[in-house]
Every structure is written in structure tokens, then in C-alpha cells.
Design a protein around this ligand. Structure first.
Ligand code: GLY
Length: 398
């Protein structure tokens, strides 16, 4: 037996051969996959007309009723499409179609249209169009892409993140860009391909270059929010955001950077985006705690130390994609890190009770919010997407 064969397995404490390790890995992934299917069928059946964000006493809310323009409203539809793609069960298709139509109210509301259009219309309309060629879905996604492209500031070469929260535009939000937007660029790449219009690629690449140059620090960590002078394009300063504070390292932001830059590489084949994804991934991996459970911020104080399972699920998706594009000898570094975090989520943070609606627990929207460590729909979405990648069941929507 070689040294490699004797390596301690990351799935348990026992020492097993390489073949045995791969076998155990496949067995574990397939068990998790089956458990997801068993649970989600029941969840989908009892939540047919909702667009959930979180749970109260194990029951999904309906964010579609209270805030139809909320940035997470595409993830439930995305889960339904991933589940439908894998199983062809009609309940998932019906729920996905309902969600997509409900989002039309958002598409007709300019104030509710911001940089998050990728998160809303890729898992819903683009997924639908990929699977069935539905032209109404294509139209919705193209309208969203046009709006996203219209947020581009050509002097600063960035996509404006948000509108003024209260709708009274006084210019104060015009210069704000955020790292999360890297995940919305695939909507532009998709529209560019659909319309054979390179404009969408130019905008996406200019934003990605700005993000690479201004958001990514020397040590590989990513800032969350940057303020530019919207008039001149000049860099002004960075702003705290959803992590611990200015200069900190919000883990979901790091995850958006890892996944977002590798997606830009996949669509453009520009090496600099692959290198940037790797740089942030290496920083992330170096900071993963012993428990493999991810804090809200890598630079948060010892107390209160909040967790964010969504960061673990999102970065795992990014690392699994990254592993496909690095040289052979670097692949295991990224894949193993993803497997370790997913294993920790499955064992310690997934609620497998079929009577409880959410799957992933201990998710946190922002460090300074009054509430922490609850269920959030994109935790479920990205956990499922990661397991689907490992099972070769994914409908690739980004
Ligand atoms: N895109 C917002 C967030 O990650 O919370």
C-alpha cells in the first residue's frame, strides 16, 4: 500500500485505500442525494404556492406575498428546477412555473429591479428556457438582462448595486458596487450568447475587471462594498457591509467571489478570472476552521461568533467548479475542501426531518442584524446544487 493509499480519510477517522476512499465518498454523496429527494418531495407538496425565504417553527414563510422584489425570490424556483431536472416529478415543475410567473410583478417594478437580476431570473426563467425552450421565459430573462446592463456606469466601469432604498433617488447609491454582483454577470453572458450581441460580454468583463482590481485584497480576501464617484468613476472607499465591519472578511462575500470569478472564467476563458477565483479560494481554504463550519466573517471577534452555513454551501459550489479548471495536481485541494464543508453541513447543519420545511440551518444574512443562525432559502439551494454537481445531476444555470 502506498503512502497515498494509507492517507487518513476525510470522511472518517479510519485509514482506507484510495479506491476505498472514492467508494465511501460516492456512497456518502448518494445517501445525501437520496435523503434530499425523500425530504424535498414532501416539502414541495406542502408549499405549492409559496416563494419562501425562511421558516418559522419549521414552516416556510411566503416572501412573495410580503416582498416580491426581494433578491432571494429566485432560489425556491431554482430548487424546483434542479429537483425536476433530476427526477421529472410533476410537483417540482408545477411549483417552478408558479414561482416564475409571480416574479413578473417584480419585472414590472423598476424600483424593485437592481443588480440581483441574475439571482432572480437565472434560477427561474433561464432554467426554464434551458429545459424547455419556452419563449416567454427567454423574454423575461432578456428584459432582466437589459435592465442589468442598463445599470452599468461607463466611467467607473461597474454595475450599480442598489437603488435608493426608499425610491427617492438623490444619487447617494449611484456609485455603489458590491462583490455579490459577480454572481449576476452570467445573466449578461447568457444574453450576449442569445442575442449574438457582444455588448453584454463587454459590460460583464469590465465589471469583473473592476471587481478584480478594487475588491480583491493582496491576501486574497474580498471587500464587500465599494463606493465610486459616479460622476468621475474615481474609487472613493470601501464600506463595511454584511460582515463584521470595514476591513473585515465577510465569508459569503468571499464565496460569491470564488464562485463568481470562476463563472466569468467559464464564460470568457480569460485566465485572470481563473487566477482570481483561485486566489480567493486559497485564502478561504486557509481560514476554514477545524470544525469545517463557516463563521459569518473570518475576522469576527471570538464572541459573539455567529455561523453562516450559506457561505459553506456557496463556496463549495464555487470550489467544485474551480476544481474542474485547475491542473490535475491541484484539483483535490479544492474538491476535498468542498467535500469537507458539505460533509459538516450534512452531518451537523442539515435538518433531515421531513416535517420541517427548511434543510440547512444556522444561516446568517448579516453579522449586525438582530437575528442570526436561522434557515435561509439560498442555503438550501446551494447545498442541493453542490450535491447535484457531485452526482452529475446539475442543471447548470449560471
Ligand atoms: N447578495 C446579498 C447577500 O449575499 O446577502
Amino acid at each position: 500500500m502506498s503512502l497515498e493509499d494509507e492517507k487518513t480519510n476525510y470522511l472518517g477517522m479510519m485509514s482506507v485505500g484510495k479506491k476505498g476512499r472514492i467508494c465511501m465518498e460516492r456512497e456518502w454523496i448518494s445517501e445525501v442525494y437520496d435523503k434530499i429527494l425523500a425530504k424535498e418531495k414532501k416539502v414541495a407538496e406542502r408549499n405549492r404556492s409559496k416563494i419562501p425565504y425562511t421558516t418559522k417553527d419549521g414552516v416556510f414563510d411566503d416572501k412573495g406575498k410580503t416582498e416580491i422584489c426581494w433578491w432571494t425570490n429566485g432560489f425556491w424556483g431554482g430548487m424546483m428546477w434542479q429537483l425536476y431536472h433530476a427526477t421529472k416529478e410533476p410537483v417540482y415543475l408545477e411549483n417552478a412555473l408558479r414561482t416564475e410567473i409571480r416574479l413578473d410583478e417584480n419585472l414590472m417594478n423598476r424600483q424593485g429591479m437592481d443588480h440581483d437580476s441574475g439571482f432572480k431570473w437565472m434560477p427561474t426563467s433561464v432554467a426554464h428556457y434551458h429545459l424547455t425552450g419556452d419563449m416567454a421565459s427567454r423574454n423575461r430573462a432578456l428584459l432582466a438582462a437589459d435592465n442589468l446592463a442598463g445599470r452599468f456606469n461607463p466611467v467607473g466601469r461597474f454595475i450599480r448595486a442598489w437603488n435608493n432604498w426608499d425610491g427617492n433617488e438623490d444619487g447617494s447609491f449611484a456609485g455603489r458596487a458590491i462583490i455579490d454582483c459577480m454572481m449576476n454577470l452570467p445573466l449578461l453572458y447568457w444574453a450576449g450568447d442569445e442575442l449574438h450581441d457582444p455588448k453584454f460580454y463587454h459590460i460583464a468583463k469590465m465589471h469583473a475587471d473592476t471587481a478584480m482590481n478594487y475588491f480583491i485584497r493582496e491576501d486574497g480576501s474580498a471587500k464587500h462594498i465599494i463606493e465610486f464617484n459616479a460622476e468621475t468613476g474615481e474609487y472613493l472607499h470601501s464600506v463595511g457591509g454584511q460582515g463584521y465591519g470595514h476591513g473585515s472578511s465577510w465569508t459569503r462575500g468571499q464565496a460569491w467571489a470564488v464562485y463568481g470569478f470562476i463563472l466569468s472564467y467559464i464564460h470568457t476563458k480569460q485566465e485572470r478570472y481563473l487566477e482570481t477565483s483561485k486566489k480567493v479560494a486559497d485564502y478561504f481554504i486557509a481560514n476554514i476552521p477545524e470544525s469545517k463550519l463557516i463563521p459569518v466573517d473570518f475576522r469576527q471577534p471570538e464572541t459573539p461568533a455567529y455561523e453562516d452555513s450559506t457561505a459553506a454551501a456557496i463556496v463549495s459550489c464555487g470550489l467544485l467548479e474551480l476544481a474542474k479548471y485547475v491542473p490535475e495536481n491541484e484539483k483535490s485541494k479544492y474538491k476535498d475542501a468542498a467535500l469537507e464543508m458539505l460533509k459538516a453541513l450534512a452531518d451537523k447543519r442539515c435538518n433531515w426531518d421531513e416535517n420541517v420545511d427548511n434543510l440547512v440551518e444556522k444561516c446568517t444574512a448579516a453579522y449586525h442584524d438582530p437575528e442570526h443562525e436561522f434557515s435561509i432559502i439560498y442555503g438550501d439551494y446551494y447545498f442541493i446544487e453542490a450535491i447535484w454537481k457531485l452526482m452529475d445531476k446539475e442543471l447548470f444555470i449560471w
